[in-house]
Design a protein around this ligand. Structure first.
Ligand code: ATP
Ligand code: MG
Length: 417
């Protein structure tokens, strides 16, 4: 028989990590729903055209897209991110603005798998459509920082930049093209290719040989229109008012073509691998119009769940939650009693588990240990005939005999509830 393992870049998320994932999304939901965001669940695949709007010159579109023709001859793609889907949904449903939504779920990118980089990876994120106000930019950023705080993370650095509006961005790209082209011999082969497609992305090159040329490149700050510059100043001042620390990094360009004006990235200072970016976002004021909708400003962020949990591991915070089993029922009389007691406890909202196959007392006690339950109940022949039960504290091993009729109450008391 053939045996199978997961495809490269995908993983099974097993317990207790799976519970940690769920809790991660729950904490996120708490933070953003408190701020007025509503949940949206976009489909996992869409017309390829939706994602092409992310940018013809980005790796996501050129190299990483899981696209295919379905049996009906439609060209579709697994979503590589969710911002484009949210904007498509906005155009399709025309909700009232401001439209504030949050999402959580997997995305798919054909990347080289490694620590912190997977082909199926999860994100949580928010988008706000229909508001052009620098105070919102700051609020959205502060929301992400509040989420990190709720996870217990302290080593998160916020980098901030403005890419200007589309005119500024085009003029800046032209200036970069002139700069890099006139020193083309000093540029790495890889960056020469990037230069052809998107001069801004050359600034993102981590190749040492490009370092000097990048340092000498024209600066975005010198190419901002008055309006974009004023917006950027206002965002910074709102962030200061909110007590959110940041560094302005005018080399921060980010991967997606659709960003305008405010862009930002969250970096974990406790991750040492190459992939320290745990989230990012920005304004994408042209995207809704690109998808056939009315001119609508938008801003949002996406936070990588997988990498953020690696950062939590590195900082020793937000550990996996404990087992939900509070009581393990050991039944030496055949198992029928264990079934009844578990049913009673569960109905009372108390986590309960048991063993099967009439295992020996010793084997059942071992299972009780492994379950992580703080309490166990033991039923032997004497307890069954006497209508009693032994209630035992796993740690320390102290035990008492209680009446079956009082069992639920006694368990509650022992659990301190
Ligand atoms: P990178 O430069 O690391 O490829 P990106 O710019 O492609 O990141 P975004 O599209 O902005 O990333 O997504 C936001 C966050 O999602 C990233 O900061 C990262 O934490 C996470 N992320 C992106 N791609 C992956 C991946 N392949 N595996 C795991 N997490 C990812
Ligand atoms: Mg990427």
């Amino acid at each position: 028989m053939p045996s199978f393992a997961t495809s490269p870049g995908t993983r099974d998320i097993l317990a207790p990590d799976s519970a940690r994932w769920r809790q991660f999304q729950q904490v996120f939901a708490d933070v953003v729903e408190t701020a007025g965001f509503a949940h949206i669940i976009p489909p996992m695949f869409e017309d390829l055209g939706v994602f092409l709007r992310v940018g013809e010159s980005t790796e996501i579109v050129t190299k990483e897209m899981y696209d295919f023709e379905d049996k009906g001859g439609r060209r579709v793609a697994l979503r590589p991110e969710q911002t484009a889907s949210v904007c498509r949904a906005y155009v399709e449903h025309r909700p009232v603005t401001p439209w504030k939504v949050w999402y959580a779920g997997p995305n798919f990118r054909y990347e080289k798998p490694q620590q912190g980089r997977y082909r199926q990876f999860d994100q949580v994120g928010v988008e706000v459509l229909g508001v052009d106000d620098p105070q919102l930019d700051a609020e959205v950023i502060a929301l992400a920082m509040e989420f990190y705080r709720r996870l217990g993370l302290v080593g998160v650095q916020l980098s901030l930049n403005s890419l200007g509006d589309s005119g500024d961005r085009d003029r800046y790209a032209a200036a970069l093209r002139v700069h890099f082209s006139s020193h083309i011999d000093a540029l790495s082969g890889e960056s020469r290719v990037t230069l052809e497609r998107n001069p801004l992305r050359v600034l993102d090159s981590k190749r040492p040989e490009d370092g000097a040329l990048i340092a000498a490149a024209p600066r975005m700050a010198d190419h901002l229109s008055d309006a974009a510059a004023a917006h950027f100043v206002a965002v910074q001042s709102s962030l200061r008012d909110a007590g959110v620390a940041f560094v302005v990094d005018d080399r921060l360009v980010r991967g997606l073509d659709y960003y305008r004006r405010t862009t930002f990235e969250f970096v974990s200072t406790s991750l040492t691998a190459a992939h320290t970016a745990i989230g990012g976002g920005g304004r994408y004021d042209g995207l809704v119009a690109d998808l056939g909708g009315p001119d609508t400003p938008g801003i949002g962020f996406a936070l990588g769940l997988d990498r953020t949990l690696l950062a939590c591991d590195a900082e020793g915070v937000f550990g996996a939650p404990l087992s939900r089993v509070e009581v393990f029922v050991v039944d030496a009389t055949g198992g029928g009693e264990a079934g009844l007691i578990c049913g009673q406890l569960r109905a009372a909202g108390i986590g309960a588990d048991r063993a099967y196959e009439q295992r020996s007392m010793k084997a059942q006690m071992k299972s009780a240990d492994r379950s992580g339950a703080p309490l166990c109940i033991i039923i032997g022949d004497d307890e069954r005939t006497g209508n009693t039960a032994i209630l035992r504290t796993m740690e320390g091993g102290s035990q008492q005999t209680v009446q079956r009729d009082d069992l639920v109450m006694q368990v509650r008391r022992a659990l301190g509830r």
